[in-house]
Design a protein around this ligand. Structure first.
Ligand SMILES: Nc1nc2c(ncn2[C@@H]2O[C@H](COP(=O)(O)OP(=O)(O)OP(=O)(O)O)[C@@H](O)[C@H]2O)c(=O)[nH]1
Length: 624
């Protein structure tokens, strides 16, 4: 086993191969990475566990990769010791931005395809990204140990796509390790060594960072030119700040400090700085003594696809939420946020995410890593509204939806690529039509499978589209999408009123055709969730001043006649009249407190969470 501790300087650039593993979700990237770690000896047998590089608990529990992980592994071929910089990337469409940053740090990409499934939507999108970055692509079929694998068929499919011979497609099993040794040899042979200038002033690209509560910000870098030495002042080029690094090193698979990092190497820098504003993904690090003139191109900021409000359940925790978001942002460059206030939920942040899974993961990380209990409002996309008077509004939140005469509302569109077995073409078309999709072209990838292209409003795709696609195609279809302009649409804002009071957290912008369904769904949900009071509570859904749905929570009534055994009818009537008048007065004065659990349940889309919150509310009611 080779260790890098106390390595005097840096590795010879000609012996470095930096590559990433890219694939559709679940095609086995992390499993193949495990075998590479094992074969190269960087992780001893007794410490090995499945998906070693998925270091977060959420990743292990869900079995998906969320963060790219860079690790250095030694590999010897023909008596020469090479240094491989390997990056395991996520496969889900929400984390494409992670993949694009990883590609920037590599010269080669191993494109894995599950030999039982063949090419899927993210296989294509990741391949195109790798080609865009001029990377050498090594195509590999994985899971060849499975009895249902059809390596010959899928090798043909992949060869057609890449325009190569099917004999060039490698075959491996991440499970048994078969073929992985040959894959590493091929990486050494085919992936070019980094081409930076070792003599030039130092330039290193920050491709990721993380907040460590003991050491402060840990910055992951790819050295492009020159070298950085430990204890030499460094400068962040876009921020202009100068730091004394307290440690430089490589990850193999844990952090190992080195005396220097040279051109082509992937490693980390710790400056001891705890202020999160001092580190920016995409920035260039240079040496203060001999600074580079020009920064590296960096990254394009990702555009959030969906927005949602995040509010601490305990409003006093607002400053903690701000701090947590600042720290999380270091490790999740795609997260954006700005302060927001809601009448119903208090102070919070309007956050932008790349999709619903991203939103779910951020929520979960805030709760696990920072111990925050949060309510998130229903997600929505960004709209542009033009008024009759010519004024323009960008609406990221239903509460920003302008009152008055609207001339035009524009919504974002995505180009969706769906790959499906041909027997499901009809169901996919139907689903896309239900979601206001416009069909584009359709291509056969093989006689059995087609790729369909659609333009669909983003708002239609981010919510339940993927689940429905999976259920209609028995799990066989895959989806990828990217931004594709805008279109005008007939959208309205639906408000929810409880006791005639508008509850801002429940407002939503929806297509006019779906306004009624939303109104009915929300009012019904709230009727079940809000505890009964001494008076009757109307729950209404409205577009402007027009009510489109209504539910009523009946009043709790005391049996005022309980003590009247027999007796005079007029006496009973009097008691009932008195009760009625009392209820009327209460209704006018009464204020409905919507319990926090009701907010959480009403705003969640998951059935299970719904049930859970309903149970909690019932238990609370019982306890009263
Ligand atoms: N039989 C068999 N199963 C495999 C092989 N490679 C991966 N798997 C299984 O396939 C599933 C997905 O593997 P992962 O390595 O988590 O896939 P991934 O591509 O890293 O997934 P994401 O990072 O979430 O995109 C796991 O249950 C693995 O055990 C293989 O070669 N053979």
């Amino acid at each position: 086993m080779v260790t890098f501790t106390n390595q005097p300087g840096y590795t010879d650039q000609a012996l470095i191969r930096n590559f990433c593993i890219i694939a559709h979700i679940d095609h086995g990237k992390s499993t193949v990475a495990d075998r590479i770690l094992q074969l190269s000896g960087v992780v001893p047998q007794r410490e090995m566990h499945d998906r070693y590089l998925d270091r977060m608990d959420i990743e292990q529990e869900r079995g998906i990769t969320i963060k790219s992980q860079a690790v250095r592994v030694p590999w010897s071929k023909g008596g020469t010791e090479y240094t491989l910089g390997m990056i395991d990337t996520p496969g889900h469409v929400d984390f494409t931005y992670e993949v694009s940053r990883a590609l920037e740090a590599c010269e080669g990409a191993v494109l894995l395809v599950d030999a039982t499934q063949g090419i899927e939507a993210q296989t294509l999108s990741n391949l195109y990204m790798a080609i865009d970055h001029d990377l050498t692509v090594i195509p590999v079929l994985n899971k060849i140990d499975l009895p249902s694998a059809e390596p010959d068929r899928h090798a043909e499919e992949l060869a057609n796509l890449l325009g190569c011979d099917s004999s060039e497609i490698m075959r491996v099993s991440g499970k048994t390790g078969e073929g992985v040794r040959e894959l590493l040899d091929r990486i050494v042979d085919e992936v070019p060594a980094p081409s930076g200038d070792p003599e030039a002033p130092a330039r290193a690209l920050i491709f990721d960072s993380v907040y460590d509560s003991y050491r402060g910000i840990v910055t992951y870098i790819r050295m492009v030119d020159g070298e950085l030495k430990a204890r030499q002042k460094i400068r962040m080029m876009s921020l202009g700040t100068v730091h004394d690094p307290i440690e430089l090193g490589v990850i193999s698979p844990d952090m190992i400090s080195t005396r220097a990092l040279g051109a082509g190497e992937v490693g980390y820098v710790i400056t001891g700085v705890k202020d999160v504003a001092q580190s920016k993904v995409g920035d260039t690090i240079t040496a203060e003594a001999d600074p580079a003139r020009e920064a590296l191109p960096g990254y394009r900021d990702p555009q959030p696809m969906v927005y949602s409000g995040l509010f601490p359940i305990d409003n006093a925790k607002f400053p903690e939420l701000r701090e947590a978001l600042d720290k999380l942002k270091l490790n999740d460059a795609a997260l954006v946020y700005e302060p927001e206030t809601s009448v119903a939920l208090g102070f919070g942040f309007r956050c932008g995410f790349l999709g619903l899974l991203h939103m779910e993961i951020v929520n979960e990380r805030l709760s696990r890593e920072f111990g925050l209990d949060l309510i998130s409002t229903a997600p929505n996309v960004t709209y542009r509204v033009t008024m009759e008077d010519g004024s323009q509004h960008v609406v990221k939140n239903p509460s920003e939806f302008p009152d008055g005469k609207i001339k035009r509302i524009v919504e974002p569109l995505v180009a969706a690529d769906i790959i499906t077995p041909k027997e499901f073409i009809g169901s996919v078309m139907e689903l896309c039509q239900d979601h206001r999709g416009q069909m584009g072209t359709m291509e056969y990838l093989s006689p059995e499978r087609v790729e369909m292209h659609y333009k669909i409003p983003l708002a239609e795709i981010v919510f339940d589209f993927f689940d429905q696609l999976k259920s209609r195609t028995k799990g066989y279809a895959s989806l990828d999408y990217h931004e594709a302009g805008e279109q005008s649409a007939d959208l309205v804002k639906v408000d929810i009123l409880i006791q005639s009071e508008k509850i801002d957290a429940f407002s939503a912008i929806v297509h006019r055709d779906k306004a009624y369904t939303y109104g009915v769904m929300m009012t019904k949900k709230l009727r079940e969730l809000i505890p009964r009071q001494q008076f009757e509570i109307p729950i209404q859904a409205a577009i402007g001043s027009r009510i489109i749905a209504r539910e009523t929570i009946r009043a709790l009534r005391k049996d005022v006649l309980a003590k009247c055994y027999g007796g005079d009818i007029t006496r009973k009537r009097k008691l009932l009249e008195k009760q009625k008048a009392g209820k009327k007065r209460m209704k006018m004065l009464g204020h409905v407190e919507v319990p926090q659990e009701a907010f959480i349940a009403a705003l969640s889309t998951g059935e299970a969470e719904d049930r859970d919150s309903k149970d909690k509310i019932r238990a609370a009611q019982k306890a009263q």
